[in-house]
Design a protein around this ligand. Structure first.
Ligand SMILES: [Zn+2]
Length: 479
């Protein structure tokens, strides 16, 4: 179950599904800074569409810090091309483009990496860490089309779409723990990072159609300013659509949802820029050489979705329990499960060995175990209606990031350590393959809506039911 996200493909497979991301409670006064920066407008731009980043609770420096951390994870987890000439070429091309990118004066440390994945996709992490799948290089007809994809990604960076999304998610759900999980904490080691980065990655790379359209428009401007034929942007999208008619859409569209009238909007921007310059660059001998080199790279097979977990089905939960003490409650959990605390102390997950799996796309997701978090909510802990409405809010948020999630049993009243609680059952696609059952128990507390999400594949749920009940029975609120 992914608290945040689950698009279908990743970096490894779905693209932007990246696994990374951070969260940090940074509330800096970015607004003033940004409004100043974006007063500087490139010359010769009287007609062009003016774009600027949306409201953001993070500072541009946060983007760099978060992106750097996520990029380090990405480099460890993705199959990279390991082809120095290809990386050098991407860096050279990327640099030509990022020099024309309106960053408002922020010195983003741009980096460009080739990912050995034949899926046509690319992604950029906040701060300027750009990953281009070999599939994009192979699919591009010329250098201008590759430049178009990279200019689009760079525009997400300049427009700070990742942390803008995260800001919105944070407002919706401050307490879910996402912003405390990974950032600045090493308690849980690598798995914590994966678990956390998975959830955060969902937030940082889940772009809206509006963001996509903005990235197209700014990307077109960057292409134009860098001397490339700006029509390449629309041509690449048209090509993707034409080639995949009747088949699965390319990954690029699952990470970069296709906005309405995409091609027409790009054409309109080209008109605003004054049309295609007569000497606009389309291709280079270098691109053709690099494309040949990429085509010859060994193919890295992606694990089939859920395959990883099939070999790693967790052993049964221990009957011996260990104690966990949080700031406002304590509970007991099977002593062969591990804890994955969030760094802000608000959330924690417990999972058996093998319970956190790669969902086949490079994301780590919890397939077996328990997630505990606190969502922002106010209300009298004894008011059933307040509990009900806070619970449905949290479930709606979960459904937003888990589109196949359905309620299978509506909220039923129960008591948790004597406090009014609601029990709701959901079904969702399991990262281990097949369907999973999610038993969600919620309680209103002074700190917000405390939720316990018990997760197991449907086929194995009966083996966990008793354990989940024992864990919940052991909950003691301490203040
Ligand atoms: Zn995009």
């Amino acid at each position: 179950m992914s608290i945040w996200e689950s698009k279908s493909q990743t970096v490894k497979g779905r693209c932007h599904r990246w696994l990374w991301a951070p969260r940090g409670h940074h509330r800096r006064a970015a607004g003033f800074f940004l409004s100043l920066c974006f007063l500087s407008i490139p010359i010769a731009s009287a007609q062009r569409t003016q774009l600027k980043p949306g409201w953001n609770r993070f500072s541009p420096q946060d983007d760099i810090t978060l992106g750097k951390r996520a990029a380090t994870d990405a480099e460890k987890q993705l199959p990279l091309c390991n082809a120095p000439r290809v990386d050098a070429y991407l860096t050279q091309l990327g640099t030509r483009l990022d020099q024309k990118l309106p960053t408002g004066g922020v010195p983003y440390p741009f980096e460009f990496h080739c990912v050995n994945d034949k899926a046509i996709n690319a992604f950029a992490l906040p701060g300027g860490y750009v990953f281009v799948n070999r599939g994009v290089i192979e699919a591009a007809d010329n250098e201008a089309q590759l430049a178009a994809v990279m200019a689009h990604e760079l525009s997400h960076v300049a427009l700070r779409h990742g942390t803008n999304q995260a800001t919105k998610a944070m407002l919706a759900e401050t307490g879910l723990g996402i912003f405390g999980a990974v950032f600045g904490d090493s308690t849980g080691g690598a798995l914590l990072t994966q678990l956390g980065s998975f959830t955060a990655g969902g937030v940082l790379l889940r772009y809206s159609r509006t963001a996509e359209s903005q990235a197209d428009v700014m990307g077109t401007q960057v292409l134009y300013d860098a001397g490339y034929d700006p029509r390449a942007m629309a041509q690449f999208f048209e090509k993707l659509e034409a080639e995949t008619k009747g088949k699965n859409p390319p990954e690029f569209f699952s990470d970069h949802p296709n906005p309405e009238h995409r091609v027409a909007r790009v054409d309109e921007e080209i008109d605003k820029l004054g049309g295609v310059p007569p000497n606009a660059k389309r291709d280079s001998a270098e691109f053709e050489a690099i494309k040949r080199e990429v085509l010859a790279l060994p193919v890295v097979k992606k694990p089939a979705r859920g395959a990883a977990s099939a070999v790693a089905t967790p052993g049964p939960p221990s009957r011996n329990f260990a104690e966990y003490q949080a700031s406002s409650y304590m509970l007991k959990y099977p002593d062969n499960w591990k804890q994955y605390p969030d760094s802000n102390g608000g959330g924690v997950s417990f999972a058996p060995e093998g319970g956190v799996v790669d969902d086949g796309s490079g994301h780590s997701a919890l397939a077996y175990g328990l997630i505990i978090g606190v969502a922002q909510a106010k209300g009298d802990p004894n008011d059933w209606n307040a509990l009900k409405s806070a619970t449905s809010q949290v479930i709606q948020d979960l459904q937003r990031s888990n589109p196949s999630m359905k309620i299978t049993r509506q909220g039923e009243r129960l008591r948790l350590n004597g406090q009014p609680g609601l029990s709701t059952y959901l079904s969702n696609a399991s990262p281990a393959g097949g369907q999973e059952t999610d038993w969600v128990v919620t309680v209103l507390r002074p700190e917000g809506l405390v939720y316990f999400v018990c997760v197991a594949p449907q086929s194995a749920y009966d083996n966990y039911d008793k354990t989940f009940s024992s864990v919940l029975d052991s909950v003691r609120f301490t203040k």
